[in-house]
Design a protein around this ligand. Structure first.
Ligand code: IPD
Ligand code: CA
Ligand code: CA
Length: 275
């Protein structure tokens, strides 16, 4: 496939750093693990993989800003900004579950421009650039065409670092569970979004995420013909970390179903920012 110069750089960064991530995964028992917070581990693999990604991005685009999970942010005044999660699914990674991804997004102001989500274990590369469609290993992907929640397979994430939200979260879970065929919690938000873009999930919702969890995955969903929004149906999902995604019909049904649960109100009371 003929990538644009921009995607060429992003894909190179993802593939080089992905190979490194797999090496670390194979010897994960030797990793140094520190904790940024309760249930929020960071390993020497996260920092080394991020360093490799940023090396390739900076080399090609030295003036772009950087918002990356394991690094101090740049000034934030740059028009173009990389939004990077070196290992999305660190808890899976540390437990030997081979379901994690590298996530590289690019935003211009508030608008997402391009995204790469790479699962190095399965060698699945999800890519998208604004206006140019979404791809999995260079094959065009599209969101599913399921019209209602009936029979739908929906992905979600638990509020693992905000356990005080368990009850309102479970209210949203119960509402979606009652209306759909089943729900998956696989442990990597970027892959949840990439799978939604590929039609492997009909939709996805989670709260309290960080921009690096969702930037790349969201443009992949959008370019695959789907919608991403916050819980009010607006476009503040990167800032709030509260996200609903799916094909256009499913997205609408998911939003309505979530509105009927206790989650949006609880998020309003506890602040909507990531945590
Ligand atoms: C996490 C994963 C997980 C989601 C968490 C994220 P990390 O990212 O995306 O699926 O539920 O909220 O923080 O910490 O493994 O990069
Ligand atoms: Ca993450
Ligand atoms: Ca991470």
């Amino acid at each position: 496939m003929n990538y644009s110069p921009l995607l060429t750089v992003m894909v190179r960064a993802a593939r080089k750093a992905g190979a490194l991530a797999v090496q670390f995964f194979d010897r994960r028992h030797q990793l140094e693990v520190a904790f940024k917070g309760k249930d929020d581990p960071v390993t020497s693999a996260d920092t080394a993989v991020e360093k490799e990604i940023l090396f390739h991005l900076r080399k090609a685009y030295p003036r772009y800003g950087i918002l990356a999970e394991e690094s101090p942010p740049s000034t934030g005044k740059e028009e173009w900004q990389w939004v990077v999660d070196p290992i999305d699914g660190t808890l899976n990674f540390l437990h030997g579950n081979p379901h994690f991804a590298l996530s590289i997004g690019l935003a211009r102001g508030d608008e997402l421009q391009a995204g790469v989500v790479y699962d190095p274990v399965r060698d699945e590369l999800f890519t998208a650039e604004r206006g140019r469609g979404a791809f999995l290993n260079d094959q065009r992907i599209r969101v599913s065409d399921r019209g209602t929640l009936n029979g739908a397979l929906i992905a979600t994430g638990f509020p693992l670092r905000r356990k005080h939200l368990a009850a309102p979260y479970l209210s949203s879970f119960a509402a979606v569970f009652a209306a759909s065929a089943d729900i998956r919690r696989a442990g990597s938000a970027s892959l949840d979004l990439a799978y939604t873009a590929a039609g492997r999930f009909d939709g996805f919702w989670e709260s309290g995420l960080s921009p690096w969890d969702i930037a790349a995955g969201c443009i992949i969903v959008q370019e695959a013909g789907g919608f991403c929004s916050d819980f009010q149906g607006g476009n503040q999902f990167l800032g709030s970390g509260n996200i609903v995604a799916g094909n256009p019909n499913l997205h609408r049904h998911l939003l309505t179903t979530l509105e009927g649960s206790e989650l949006p109100q609880a998020l309003g009371q506890s602040g909507t920012g990531p945590g």
